[in-house]
Write a protein that binds this ligand. Sequence first.
Ligand SMILES: [Ca+2]
Length: 100
Amino acid sequence: MAHLAEAAAPPARKRSRSLRAVVLVTAALILAYWCVFGWMVYRSPLSYEAIDLDHDGSVSFDEADYVSSFGMRTIYRQGAECIEYFAEKDGHALTLVCPK
Ligand SMILES: [Ca+2]
């Protein structure tokens, strides 16, 4: 009976390789997540504070994704030509940059 159980179970070496593959794929996915997230924050022309839309002190993946597709439009404020960055998804103003 024990002989049949040993035959049905995969060898320990094969299980170890499968476990290693799962760990490596999981680590690769976590690394890819952080690379994409870092790239979106790094490539954004907006400051970290401007990307933190809910002002909780940290930028979530959703916030970085939301501001990653942005547009720019010229706005005049007090006679100065300013550039307003806005979210392309809904036109929500993200930040306003005016000359000093
Ligand atoms: Ca936030």
